[in-house]
Design a protein around this ligand. Structure first.
Ligand SMILES: *Cc1c(COP(=O)(O)O)cnc(C)c1O
Length: 413
């Protein structure tokens, strides 16, 4: 390396938030206002978010992890309950199940989408469902921002009496057959972590159409204090509150919400740039031997997102992640070596995810072996996530493409 001419070395981090003066000014205004914790900005952020998604209730919290935890709490998950999810996800999705001493049940993924395999889900439920149903809920994870097969999941949930709590940490904004993610399942949990499609530094949101769940989530997100508690320090607030339940401290701050409000104004601009980058990558990578872009089928024309999403009843990828698979048939270098080479050329990459069943905690406590979820295990060995974010310019994207091409040609089998 390199036997092929490369452009001048650049530095492309794996991820970068899309921040400008609008976020900086909004945060300054909040700090100057003297009201730093949950207040009007959080309310405004929830309203902006629910208007955009078209959901009935949106409750802001301090992370997607707490959103998932509160969703499971709202449906009354108990010790020993079984909660179904995908092994191809982040720690958060399954750890919240363990908070209740409930049992995570993994169903393997589909090779093409890396989303939960609904055929396997169906046969699992058919074989394992019994009266006195220990299966309480399913948490579909919209991997990389590609929505799961929600029609099938909803059908199975109805048949087997399961709640559907979506892990949409990657899926804002995204559409499933013309319906926006956040309006489909019983509850949908979003993340505003620093790397996600919109960020508040740390933050999350739950959407639902059920008022009783929305009320319960709001209650439990702030110590289980009675409804008007968040107003109790404002001029017209009330000093009196009641503890209804031993809740949690999961509220979002106005400082974070101000960042979120500024980000909401740029959602479509940021999304269309992600779509553009995905399209550019896909066009280039489809010509190359040795790598396969996993979600190539879901690339759309970035100029027509509104028509495609809103009118075409289409499934629309959020392009939170751009994932490729390394094909060892064509290459003499491994996935790990590919990542090292990318790093040598200044390009940050990542792997999403190390499947949960391969981690010591789940191996030890549930006796999992890699072959228990062979599709996830095999995918894990070959996947790499490439940089994709709105502030990448065309030269950055071309640089990534050129470096990938150069590595592939240098290590051709
Ligand atoms: C980021 C992420 C989460 C957790 O989000 P936080 O806001 O950091 O709690 C959950 N699930 C998936 C799939 C994620 O990528």
């Amino acid at each position: 390396m390199p036997r092929f001419e490369l452009p001048e070395k650049r530095s492309i981090p794996f991820s970068k938030p899309f921040i400008d003066n609008s976020e900086i000014d909004a945060v300054c205004d909040v700090i100057k206002s003297g009201w730093l914790t949950s207040g009007q900005k959080v309310r405004a952020f929830e309203e902006a978010f629910s208007r955009f998604v078209g959901c009935r209730f949106a409750i802001a919290v301090n992370s997607c992890t707490s959103a998932l935890h509160l969703s499971l709490e709202a449906i009354g998950v108990k010790r020993g309950d079984r909660i179904i999810t995908s092994p191809m996800t982040f720690a958060a999705t399954a750890e919240v199940i363990r908070y209740f001493d409930a049992i995570p049940v993994f169903i393997d993924i589909e090779e093409n989408t890396l989303n939960i395999d609904v055929t396997k889900l169906e046969s699992f439920l058919r074989k394992n469902y019994r009266k006195g149903n220990p299966f309480r809920a399913i948490i579909p994870v919209h991997y990389a921002g590609l929505p799961c097969e929600m029609d099938d999941i909803l059908d199975l949930a109805k048949k087997y009496n399961l709640c559907v709590i979506e892990d949409a940490a990657h899926a804002f904004p995204a559409f499933y057959k013309g319906r926006m993610i956040g309006t489909i399942g019983d509850m949908t949990c979003f993340s505003f972590y620093a790397t996600k499609n919109i960020t508040t530094g740390e933050g999350g949101m739950v959407t639902t159409r059920r008022e009783d769940w929305a009320d319960r989530i709001r209650l439990m997100s702030l110590h289980g204090l009675s409804k008007s508690a968040w107003r109790r320090y404002t001029a017209n607030g009330d000093w009196y509150y009641e503890i209804i339940a031993p809740g949690y401290k999961y509220n979002l701050t106005d400082i974070a919400a101000a960042i979120g409000l500024a980000q909401m104004k740029k959602v479509e601009k940021m999304w269309s740039r992600r779509i553009e980058i995905a399209q550019k990558y896909t066009k280039a990578f489809q010509q190359m031997d040795g790598i396969e872009p996993v979600h190539a089928r879901w690339v759309v024309d970035p100029k027509s997102i509104r028509e495609t999403a809103y009118k075409g009843k289409k499934t629309m990828h959020s392009w939170h992640l751009y994932v490729i698979k390394i094909d060892k048939k064509y290459l003499t270098l491994s996935r790990d070596e590919f990542i090292e080479k990318m790093k040598d050329y200044g390009i940050g990459t990542s792997v999403h995810f190390i499947p949960l069943h391969l981690h010591p905690y789940y191996r030890k406590n549930y006796n999992y072996i890699p072959q228990d979820f062979p599709v996830a295990t095999k995918a894990y060995e070959n996947i790499v996530s490439l940089p994709i974010y709105p502030s990448m310019n065309d030269e950055d994207v071309d640089y990534v493409i050129n470096v990938v091409s150069c590595i592939l040609r240098s290590y051709k089998r």
